[in-house]
Ligand binder design. Structure first.
Ligand SMILES: O=P(O)(O)OC[C@H]1O[C@H](O)[C@H](O)[C@@H](O)[C@@H]1O
Length: 427
């Protein structure tokens, strides 16, 4: 992975260097706010091997008796799984051992009714994932899916098709799992939801899906080797955090994560939760948004080129693709495309990226480029780790606690009041 800053004016960067290094030290020595949630930093080399093996065994069982695994969760208990699953699967015909279907990531009755119908003639298992064990969306979804599963297989077999990933000791889901006798996996106390894809949260469904979780862990490990060194020039996570803060203080309040490969669409969704929940507090924070190009060049592109000059872009570039296709000469050339003959589609896509970068930079949109070698479990895990260190450093530079998310509770209180949940009458 390489980060390229040539399209950002770095004249003022020196003013941010020391602050970034100090924030990095605060992160690494655990002296900042939220330091109880830094378990993800050493997790790539410090995890329970026993549970890791149990995850592999459970994945094998799921592969042997299920076509579908319903992964039930929201936020950090959903986005990282979906991001990797979507990035590594074939667009049309799934090439995975077990198809992952998601539930509990919204509260749509329409979705649940269609899902229950879809599952009727499938062999399936459930992985219910909730760090707190009390989140409403997955809890409602699990109630429906558990009932359907028990109806299909009987209570005894259903019990062996349910895997619960939650807190080691407490929470409604932990209690339910203990009572019903489900196999459980742990979301560690010191890893917040949006950092938890490295734990059983991500590992079990991804392993069931057929993804090599040793490779996935190797990517996190590679990230840890690169991005935990206190070296401003050679640690891009520190430098990127400094540049984001520099741009932020210069009035660039929005960061747009850009891809030119639709497979990365959900990587951006994962990234949005990471940055929004980490930075968005006390009236601070860069607003994270994403675009999928070239699709969005035909919609949001106008705004980026020519709207209010309050944004910068971070472009994800893929250096090597598994697949590409060459454009052929056409005798009639009625579409006028013969000038592209002999070129590949990915070559054209790359020129779209380069041309857009030139245009946006001319339009006063600073551009950072993150180059990843390919789309694989290993590279994406390294990318995740890079962003995680960045957000820790960046959050401390902004003077906020990057590891809590108090604001998320507000809507819940009002929703519970409307729903008549006991205890919420006076909110
Ligand atoms: O895993 P859970 O405890 O169910 O939490 C799922 C998600 O919902 C919460 O509202 C938090 O804001 C997120 O950080 C979290 O990832």
């Amino acid at each position: 992975m390489k980060v390229d800053y040539t399209n950002v004016n770095l004249d003022k960067l020196d003013n941010y260097k020391q602050k970034a290094l100090d924030a990095f030290d605060t992160l690494m020595d655990g002296s900042g706010e939220g330091a109880d949630f830094l378990g993800w930093i050493d997790r790539p080399v410090d995890y329970e091997k026993e549970e890791f093996d149990r995850i592999k065994k459970a994945a094998e069982k799921i592969q042997s008796d299920s076509d579908v695994l319903v992964s039930i969760g929201i936020g950090g208990s959903y986005l990282g799984i979906k991001a990797i699953d979507f990035a590594l699967d074939n667009y049309f015909e799934s090439n995975k051992k077990v198809k992952l279907i998601y539930a509990g990531n919204q509260i749509s009755g329409q979705y649940m009714a269609e899902l229950l119908d879809y599952l009727k003639d499938k062999d399936y298992s459930l992985n219910v994932i909730s760090k707190s064990g009390t989140t409403t969306e997955p809890a409602i979804a699990f109630r429906f899916l558990k009932e359907a599963l028990e109806e299909k297989y009987g209570k005894e077999e259903a019990k062996d098709r349910i895997y619960a990933t939650t807190d080691r000791k407490k929470g409604a889901l932990k209690d339910l799992a203990t009572k019903e006798g489900y196999q459980t996996f742990v979301v560690p106390d010191d890893i917040g939801g949006r950092f938890s894809v490295i734990s059983a949260v991500g590992l079990l469904p991804l392993a069931a899906n057929g993804i090599d979780i040793d490779e996935f862990m190797a990517g996190f490990k590679a990230g840890r080797e690169k991005y935990t060194k206190a070296d401003f020039e050679n640690n891009d996570a520190i430098k990127y955090a400094a540049i984001r803060n520099m741009l932020y203080e210069d009035g660039k309040a929005i960061e747009v994560l850009v891809n030119y490969e639709p497979k990365l669409q959900y990587i951006a969704e994962w990234w949005k939760q990471l940055f929004a929940e980490s930075e968005g507090k006390d009236g601070e924070g860069l607003f994270p948004v994403s675009v999928n190009n070239s699709t969005d060049l035909h919609s949001l592109g106008q705004m980026i080129q020519d709207g209010r000059r309050n944004l910068f872009e971070t472009v994800l570039e893929i250096e090597n693709y598994d697949n590409d296709i060459e454009i052929k000469e056409d005798i009639d050339n009625l579409d006028g495309l013969n000038y592209l003959a002999g070129k590949t589609m990915n070559y054209v896509n790359t020129q779209a990226m380069e041309g857009t970068t030139i245009a946006h930079v001319k339009g006063n949109v600073p551009n950072i480029r993150i180059k990843i070698e390919n789309v694989s479990a290993k590279t994406l895990a390294e990318l995740f780790y890079f962003f995680e260190i960045t957000v820790g450093v960046s959050g401390y530079m902004m003077g906020i606690n990057p590891f809590n998310q108090p604001g998320v509770e507000e809507y819940k209180a009002q929703m519970f009041k409307l729903l008549g949940k006991p205890g919420y009458e006076n909110k």
